[in-house]
Design a binder for this molecule. Structure first.
Ligand SMILES: *Cc1c(COP(=O)(O)O)cnc(C)c1O
Length: 496
């Protein structure tokens, strides 16, 4: 039996808890994120794992980190998550194009990579509630700029014992993203547009979360809050699986030899996806470089270059909106680890971040970042890359994936590194048809996003995903729009 993995906060010594408790809580009470006390090693060889399908690979990986779940519990969660909600039996196909392997993480219900974790989180959460004798109904509060909201709604819709409330900026999401959310079915779902931006939504949710009076009042009514965003380790652990899986596919198909190191490129926003790749590497997957790709909000690029994290800069709206972020929450977990699992140091840095908007790590910590390479792509480079890859190979990528692709090309030119490389492909191009059509030089201002999706399908020969066609004429079920100051009242209305 492997040693049990326990979780503690990145910011303090509040004791250790089991995986299921960390999933139930989401965020630690001191505002820190839960981290494992050690990173377990894979028990089977990668060659052995290459004989497994996605679900069995998921079990091999997740059992090592979620050690208080029984085999039966974990297999139940995995089986119900990775089923026909995905439009391919492979779950995450690997497509070779333009000198790299694109790991398509967008074949789930909402056609973005958030489905990889959010289709299993509801099962992990309800199982955790049972294990810990939670009698309350769990209310998932989410603020979204587009992708997380729909993926969380799809995951939690009609899950007994849960309710989900999503706040999105009424004027700050793409038309397809909004249509995806407001047509959501399920009696336990609630979608609310706010007059305000994403930061307002996020701030409002955090305020509701930390309101102790409110928590007490709700507890008396039989409710407790939890989180579906990437600060929850229940989102991080399932994301490690596809890095293990992609390596074993390359091995199985003879594209790499046993032990051969690959590179991984990840289009990054909140640093969750690339952190999962870092954990995969530390669990024994031979990954040489972790290439962190940013858009014009290149705070992470600057961090890897200088050792200083500085969010004091203009927030840029780009064609890859899910990466428009200046505070990458999950970087805190990496900071904690490279500080030698030092919570006091981490808390000091995070204090500086909230006070001055910046902090600088030590040289000793910087020396531990040599596995990472930071790059960024401008809007022009992102559009050019979509066009170049499509015209050169016939393979169509979305704007977020294109940022990664553009950064990888710069990396290859700069270093001459020819290692086999996996690029995380995080969304279907049909989620952002306007930007993709513009990139191909076929934009049309007179058409709406659904019409542009039709055009994109004709141009590319790729069928429009069901996630888009099914919402086109669907009934609008959520019409509430409130001022940002009214968020708490909206929550109370839904729960009464
Ligand atoms: C959320 C998201 C990202 C960024 O992922 P992080 O884990 O936040 O770094 C990239 N691309 C798409 C399409 C996303 O939805």
């Amino acid at each position: 039996m492997a040693k049990e993995v326990l979780y503690s906060s990145t910011r303090g010594a509040l004791g250790q808890i089991k995986a299921s408790e960390a999933i139930l809580r989401g965020l630690a009470p001191d505002g820190g994120l839960y981290v494992p006390d050690h990173i377990p090693q894979l028990e089977k060889s990668l060659r052995e794992i290459s004989g497994l399908d996605y679900k069995d690979t998921a079990y091999e990986v997740m059992k090592l980190l979620l050690t208080d779940y029984t085999e039966e519990e974990l297999k139940y969660c995995i089986t119900h998550a990775y089923d026909s909600k995905f439009d391919t039996e492979e779950i995450v196909p690997l497509a070779e194009a333009d000198g790299a392997f694109y790991l398509e993480l967008y074949h789930g219900a909402t056609i973005a990579f958030k489905d990889m974790a959010l289709s299993i989180l509801p099962y992990l959460m309800t199982t955790a509630a049972k294990k810990n004798n939670v009698k309350n109904e769990i209310v998932i509060l989410t603020a979204t700029s587009g992708d997380t909201g729909k993926a969380a709604l799809a995951g939690f819709a009609d899950v007994p014992g849960t309710r989900i409330i999503v706040f999105y900026p009424k004027h700050g999401v793409s038309p397809i993203q909004e249509q995806q959310m407001v047509t959501q079915k399920g009696d336990n779902t609630c979608v609310i547009g706010i007059e305000g931006n994403f930061d307002d939504a996020q701030t409002g949710v955090k305020k509701i979360f930390t309101d102790k009076e409110l928590a007490k009042e709700l507890d008396e009514k039989g409710f407790q809050f939890s989180s579906a965003n990437s600060i929850n380790i229940g989102r991080l652990v399932p994301q490690i699986v596809y890095y293990v899986y992609s390596y074993t596919r390359l091995l199985k198909e003879g594209r790499i030899a046993d032990g051969e190191a690959i590179n991984v490129v990840v289009p990054t926003g909140n640093f969750g996806n690339i952190l999962a790749a870092y954990y995969a590497k530390n669990m024994g997957v031979p990954i040489a470089k972790l290439i962190c790709a940013s858009n014009s909000n290149k705070v992470l690029f600057d961090f890897f270059k200088t050792g200083e994290y500085d969010r004091n800069r203009d927030f840029v709206l780009t064609s890859s909106p899910s990466m428009d972020i200046l505070i990458s929450s999950n970087l805190e977990r990496l900071i904690y680890h490279i500080a030698g699992d030092n919570a006091a140091m981490d808390a000091d840095f995070m204090g500086k971040l909230s006070k001055d908007g910046k902090y600088e790590i030590t040289q000793e910590m910087r020396d531990k970042l040599t596995d990472f390479y930071g790059g960024f792509a401008t809007e022009e480079e992102t559009a050019e890359t979509i066009k170049r890859v499509f015209e050169g190979t016939g393979y169509l990528i979305d704007t977020h994936t294109s940022v990664a692709s553009a950064v990888y090309n710069k990396y290859r030119e700069e270093t001459g590194d020819k290692a086999v490389t996996v690029i995380a492909s995080t969304a279907s191009p049909f989620k952002f048809p306007r930007s993709v059509m513009n990139a191909l030089g076929k934009g049309d201002e007179s058409k709406d996003d659904f019409e542009l999706a039709d055009e994109l399908s004709k141009v590319s020969g790729v069928e429009i995903p069901a996630a888009v066609t099914s919402i086109r004429d669907a009934e609008i079920r959520h019409k509430t729009v409130v001022d940002k100051s009214e968020m708490q009242n909206a929550v109370m209305d839904f729960l009464s």
